[in-house]
Design a protein around this ligand. Structure first.
Ligand code: NAI
Length: 330
């Protein structure tokens, strides 16, 4: 089968190289079609996406992408947000699990974040009211809110999860987060076997770091989902271990939660684990659960052994050395 590969910016090309290497070693039969996107491509060509990318992703329905950089406080729009809106990948699924061999404060983290991926402040509706006043529109619709909550409950039901928690700030954002919370409560009624509760975002942050085991599946509007993803990633050893899938009705785009890491780009130092775990999610969705399990076991074995690991987890191995160590374990 064909799938689209988008290397992206910064460390993207290096970590995408780990995926293609291990995809071949696993014998997945995936034929990668590479398309460029991001700041580096824009600097060369003036366009953010390579022509043909949209058609290729639409035709295949499957894509794996490296991180793409976005300028802060001006410049072009985020390529990630653009792709999520272009293909209506409305659900951003982010499992967060303790990683064997990576020692952190907690060893039993097992959470799944379901982040709404198409609206909220990420709609990009911002304008200057006067030279001194800027306004941003937080757009929340019933349709998108019910769709993401249903996705979260469906995921919980299919994956033997017990509880879904809605993260919000409806005490202050009474209309926008209020609509999200009401949508959650309505959808929850369709899943009587699952526990459903809600927590205000600030209280959630404190409760999470005190005891992550009290949470199971989390569903949140776009911005809160983004922030709690990094918070949860920190509980399991950092951004090097957090995979993600952008899921729509016809297209799925897999990526790491982390960004393009410009501080270590081009140095063969990046930890490819997050993108490899995202590739594992892709293999499972493609019906190759056995290969996904082999990949994960090999990654965890290398991490547990601790000899050939990257600098972010206290080692000295390069991206390629880590990848070869995983390949040798497959
Ligand atoms: P970042 O995630 O790129 O880096 C934060 C820190 O984590 C850095 O010290 C970096 O070296 C480290 N890090 C990240 N991934 C790593 C890995 N795989 N191995 C080892 N260390 C790793 O976040 P930052 O610096 O805020 O953003 C850089 C650029 O990435 C920005 O332009 C941002 O817009 C973009 N970005 C893109 C995302 C995506 O494409 N999905 C997501 C987040 C940010």
């Amino acid at each position: 089968m064909k799938a689209v590969l988008i290397p992206g910016d910064g460390i993207g090309r290096e970590i995408v190289g780990s995926v293609t290497r291990l995809s071949e070693a696993l014998g997945t039969g995936i034929e990668w079609e590479t398309y460029e996107a991001g700041a580096e491509y824009a600097a060369e060509t003036g366009a953010l996406l390579q022509p043909g990318l949209e058609q290729a992703v639409t035709a295949s329905g499957w894509a794996l992408k490296g991180p793409t950089a976005t300028p802060i406080g001006g410049g072009f729009r985020s390529v990630n947000v653009m792709l999520r809106q272009m293909f209506t990948t409305y659900a951003n699924l982010r499992p967060v699990q303790s990683v064997p061999g990576v020692v952190t404060r907690y060893s039993d983290v097992d959470l799944v974040i379901v982040r709404e991926n198409t609206e909220d402040l990420y709609k990009g509706i911002e304008y200057m009211v006067t030279d001194d006043i800027a306004n941003g529109v937080k757009l929340i619709t019933r349709e998108a809110s019910e769709r993401i909550c249903r996705f979260a409950f469906d995921y919980a039901r299919k994956n033997g999860r017990k509880k879904v928690t809605c993260i919000h700030k409806a005490n202050i954002q009474k209309l926008t987060d209020g609509l999200f919370l009401r949508s959650f409560r309505k959808v929850a009624e369709e899943y009587p076997e699952l526990e459903a509760n809600d927590v205000i975002i600030d209280a959630f942050c404190m409760k999470l770091v005190q005891d992550p085991a009290q949470f199971d599946v989390l569903v949140a509007p776009n911005l809160y989902g983004d922030i709690i993803s990094d918070l949860c990633a920190g509980l399991v050893g950092g951004l090097g271990f957090a995979p993600s899938a952008n899921i729509g009705d016809t297209v799925r785009i897999y990526e790491a939660v982390h960004g393009s890491a410009p501080d270590i780009a081009g140095q063969n130092k990046a930890n490819p684990t997050a993108l490899l775990l995202a590739f594992g999610m892709m293999l499972r969705d493609l019906g190759m659960a056995d290969k996904a399990a082999r990949l994960e076991e090999a990654i965890f074995a290398v991490l547990r052994e601790g000899k050939t690991v990257t600098a972010d987890v206290g080692g000295q191995a390069s991206t390629t050395a880590f990848t070869e160590a995983v390949a040798a374990r497959l």
